[in-house]
Design a protein around this ligand. Structure first.
Ligand SMILES: [Zn+2]
Length: 347
């Protein structure tokens, strides 16, 4: 990767557009094309663009079992179905290695101080991929691989992974479930794919309390997410004091998304991103890297990514929409999480 001096690094590669899970699939090549088209105008001094290098096998195997990587390798250059909604095309393996490589390059750049903040604009997404299986459109768990790399090779000790994709990141949870040095916090809609992510999944052994699931009811939007962030996410991350923040940035909780059933607007995503940047500034010397996950309405996805990039390059986000749910309902959702995690965190 070229040496970058700009404050916000955007990483992407056209080869990731070539990954094609098949006709009619929501995780389609047009997603990344729409994002890149929207960001084309972001060429000023605040933003640097770079192409990632593919992740090494060693980096991938910090999260995935060798036999799983071998199994994927046998599919290089072929078309195959891996599970009911995850498939590879001839170019998918290359895209998957580049997606993980982009996440690694993003954390490398922010830790080395070559960029203040970074966003890996990738596909396939990663947070459902488990140690030995592809799941939910995901082949390699890009963000988990980047976190493992940051610890193994970059000297990071405490990493917070925030996942605001509408789906629970079962693969990321699994990767660090018994680990007290990687805090995983997920906000997700309850009752949809992949079915994991209950408040009772709190981590195991030394990692107890370091896995914070915030299942949400259908229809939550900007105001409700804002309340959840303020009451749970901010105090937990403040107490954890990470030296690096990573974000599984999925935009399928947008109100126009065909899969999510939530009501977040692009301003809401900008506001969440601003909160996360403030946490990074407070604890991690500003070091924050976002990695793209879901988001299946092309316009909503592109606008939401742009809103986050605007915040990364220090633009003030537009005001999010106020809560449309009864305060009591939101408080009840928050209390359910707090009642479990009060044992571990000042929530
Ligand atoms: Zn998702």
């Amino acid at each position: 990767m070229r040496r970058m001096a700009g404050p916000t690094l955007l990483l992407t590669h056209e080869a990731m557009i070539e990954h094609d899970p098949g006709p009619g699939h929501p995780e389609r090549p047009e997603r990344l094309q729409a994002v890149l088209k929207r960001l084309k105008s972001f060429q000023d001094a605040d933003v640097c663009w770079a192409q990632p290098t593919p992740a090494s096998r060693e980096a991938i195997e910090r999260v995935h079992r060798p036999h799983y990587v071998d199994q994927l390798e046998t599919l290089r250059g072929r078309r195959a179905a891996l599970d009911i909604d995850t498939a590879v095309s001839p170019a998918s393996l290359q895209a998957a290695y580049l997606a993980s490589g982009a996440a690694i390059d993003a954390v490398t750049a922010v830790v080395a101080g070559r960029a203040r903040r970074a966003f890996a604009l990738v596909r396939p997404p990663g947070h459902h991929a488990e140690s030995d299986r592809a799941m939910g459109f995901c082949l390699f768990n890009n963000i988990a691989i980047a976190a493992a790399h940051a610890r193994a090779s970059l000297g990071c000790r405490r990493i917070a992974i925030i996942d605001f994709d509408v789906h629970h990141g079962n693969g990321t949870q699994q990767a660090f479930y018994a680990d007290a040095d990687v805090l995983y916090i997920s906000t997700h809609r309850w009752g949809i794919y992949p079915g994991t992510g209950s408040t009772r999944e709190i981590g195991a052994a030394k990692g107890q309390g370091f896995n914070v699931n915030v299942p949400l009811p259908e229809g939550f939007g900007d105001g409700e997410y804002n309340a959840v962030f303020g009451s749970i996410l901010v105090p937990v991350v403040d107490a954890f004091e990470p030296d690096l923040l990573l974000v599984s940035a999925g935009f399928d909780s947008h109100r126009d998304d065909p899969l999510g059933g939530m009501a977040v607007t692009e301003a809401g995503f900008g506001s969440m991103c601003a909160t996360l940047c403030q946490l990074a500034d407070r604890h991690a010397g500003g070091r924050i890297a976002l990695v793209l996950e879901g988001g299946y309405d092309l316009q909503a996805l592109a606008a939401s990514v742009a809103a986050c990039v605007d915040v990364l390059r220090a633009q003030k986000p537009p005001a999010p929409r106020p809560s449309s749910h009864a305060a009591g309902e939101v408080a009840e959702v928050i209390e359910k999480v707090c009642s479990v995690h009060r044992l571990y965190w000042p929530v």
